[in-house]
Design a binder for this molecule. Sequence first.
Ligand code: ADP
Ligand code: MG
Length: 594
Amino acid sequence: METFQNLGLNKDLLDAISDLGFETPSEIQQKAIPVLLEEERDLVALAQTGTGKTAAFGFPMLQKIDINSRTTQGLILSPTRELCLQITNELKLYGKYCKGLNVVAIYGGASVTEQAKQIKKGAQIVVATPGRMKDMISRNLVDISKIQYSVLDEADEMLNMGFYEDITDILSHTPMDKSTWLFSATMPKEVATIAKKFMYEPLEITVGNKNESTSNVSHEYYVVNGRDRYLALKRLADANPDIFSVVFCRTKRDTQKIAEKLIEDGYNAGALHGDLSQNQRDLVMKSFRNNQIQMLVATDVAARGIDVDDITHVINYQLPDEIETYTHRSGRTGRAGKTGVSMVIVAKSEVRKIKSIERIIKKQFEKKEIPSGMEICEVQLMSLANKIHNTKVNHEIDKYLDSINELFEDTEKEELIKKFFSVEFTRFFNYYKNSKDLAVSDSNSSDGGRMSTGNDTRYFINVGRKDGYDWMSLKDFLKEVLELGKDDVFKVDVKDSFSFFNTEKENEEKVLAFFTDFKYNGRFVNVEVSDNKGRGGGGKRDRGRGKRKGNDRPRGEKRSRRSNDSGFQGGRRSDRSKKGRRSASDRPRRSRRK
Ligand code: ADP
Ligand code: MG
């Protein structure tokens, strides 16, 4: 197995690597680091987001520059302020034992004077966004005439954002004999042009297929009537109680509108788009990083900087105009070795676009149906039951227990459990009991799985994403242990700490018998028959559509005032008390995960 030691890195860097807890170099690091350390040459490296590209150029650059000199020797250009700051922070961590190292970030929306002051102190490495960099060069606030290494990070994004001329301009101020390292997730024509124009016989390294999406991400699409898009979004969120997601819209207006609606409906949502001030964007990102926002509604451009590792779902509320953009969207999840799901909500007329995307990402989509109201109620209930089961008792409550016990003196355990869970369940049940079925039949279906036949059984199983499963691996696992055939396990639906799946009714006995005493990682795996069929359960027509309006939310009470008080939400503070049902039930929110 390849180790960081074998790559030729010095002790200062290896010590930092061990502090960071990196065990083995990623593929792009294995391929790029030794070459960059040994040779002075240009490089084009293509690898998906989340594959560790920063370290692939960062370590060689840190090792090769002269830290005793104050001259600027390395320049890294990156598309957004967020990325710029992230790279700067990463480099500081990688170089924590390189005494005297000074890495400075240069980006728009912050004080030029302050940044110029930092540079003046002597920065061996400058990390910059093209716009601000060009500005500072023209004002003689930074000197890049002696740099030896230039990095174009996320080159495809920079070109997408129209930075071609700025980049050309900036590079014209750099020496001819420097090395240029270009990193990109995809290789569109524009990137090839840049490579040709600015680089000399670059070595090309590719990890995975060009333009291919990360293998940790599974792709799903949901066909709905165009007018049901928003309802579908809410159901997808409700069906995944631990969701931590980016929701992509096509325009700034839609982004703002959807975020506002979600907030009004009681979700922890926030908007991220170009019409917000830098300060507002920072606040939203901070809340997102802290998990105070579970659904970040964003435009493609604004989302470019998002580099949060544990995003569970990407939801394409609308497909992007350019289908290539889909790769970038879905790459926001499934990072750093975790699994993720990219969901697309489409109208019937857009289904053919799914085919085009499949060709680009070289992966199949799974066609799924928007969960029915009753399925959601069950998911929410089981999620709560699991959380309670896993909760550590806080003994601070001991002193109140006497009075609580007194109150429930005559209540049987069973009754108590029923009452307790009804508190949560009734909320969702009342919302969903008359809700309509959002499923739309789609004749072009490429459904790899199977639909319910009416003669099947749905099961609940208490393993989920937390145990490292996604729907494919859980399906494989079930097929194997149950000794069932290829299509005998279907409608596998993996949640955070539990899942659902279906088999034909004739296999029910076998399944239940097998799981009566089956242990996994030392704990019993519990499988039970679920009342739902894996959608279509309570498919009654909605009688009151359009009537319920703003009060239309099952979630409300869960939210705390905290997310509201921080004043993001696209510059608009939704006044929650106006709904009149918030104040009494507002309470500290449950932590999102674990
Ligand atoms: P990319 O630029 O390819 O999108 P990053 O450089 O931002 O990816 O790295 C993604 C995450 O993986 C970061 O949190 C980084 O600290 C982490 N990481 C990078 N290299 C390794 C490694 N060899 N082992 C473990 N984690 C790593
Ligand atoms: Mg990167």
